[in-house]
Design a protein around this ligand. Structure first.
Ligand SMILES: [Fe+2]
Ligand SMILES: [Fe+2]
Length: 191
């Protein structure tokens, strides 16, 4: 583990709730395994995994305040569901508070909740690792998606989007239009 990772890990241990911190470590190591499998940059995958939820502990109204203050645009769905903001705000904090300069790492953090059409390798690795890391136990088809993640990354991305949309539809949760757009994109791709 690089010095940068060690330092950030220490800082996050203080700032995140215990379960969130454990999840963060799970995502970091799962992302590194996926980077090994798909020949991505292992250190970048670990960095993205470690920091992806760094804004999660910030209360909703404060997230809105910080976004406004730093001119991060807030969409309607995000104003109504501030928890969606932690990805964008997390990328901002990763850059300003944790000194991350790598654009791919910052982008992966920014799109980790909704995904995005035409994701890069690191985006997909983080998106999938967040869903399958070992501490997760509630999602549908988890065993199947975990296996798929190491066989066909795009297929795993699609399956996660599919299951997430289904879950949100069932509980009448807000669906971010970007999630829907990403779902349609990968559905088209895999035809
Ligand atoms: Fe998150
Ligand atoms: Fe997460």
């Amino acid at each position: 583990m690089t010095e940068q990772l060690k330092k950030i890990k220490k800082q996050l241990k203080k700032e995140l709730e215990k379960d969130r911190y454990q999840h963060t470590l799970g995502v970091m190591y799962t992302a590194s395994c996926l980077a090994m499998r798909y020949e991505g940059d292992i250190q970048q995958a670990m960095l993205a995994g470690l920091l992806h939820d760094c804004a999660k502990g910030v209360p909703g109204d404060r997230q809105i305040h910080l976004c406004k203050k730093n001119r991060i645009p807030i969409r309607t769905v995000e104003r109504e569901n501030p928890s969606l903001l932690h990805a964008k705000l997390g990328a901002y904090l990763a850059k300003t508070e944790y000194g991350v300069k790598n654009a791919e790492v910052l982008h992966a953090i920014a799109v980790h909740t909704t995904g995005a059409p035409q994701m890069g390798l690191l985006d997909k690795i983080l998106f999938v690792a967040d869903y399958i890391e070992p501490n997760r136990d509630k999602a549908a088809n988890l065993a199947q998606v975990r296996k798929m993640a190491f066989e066909n990354l795009d297929q795993a991305v699609f399956q996660i989007l599919h299951d997430t949309m289904h879950y949100l539809n069932q509980k009448r949760g807000a669906i971010d239009p970007v999630t829907d757009e990403t779902y349609q994109y990968y559905r088209q791709q895999l035809r």
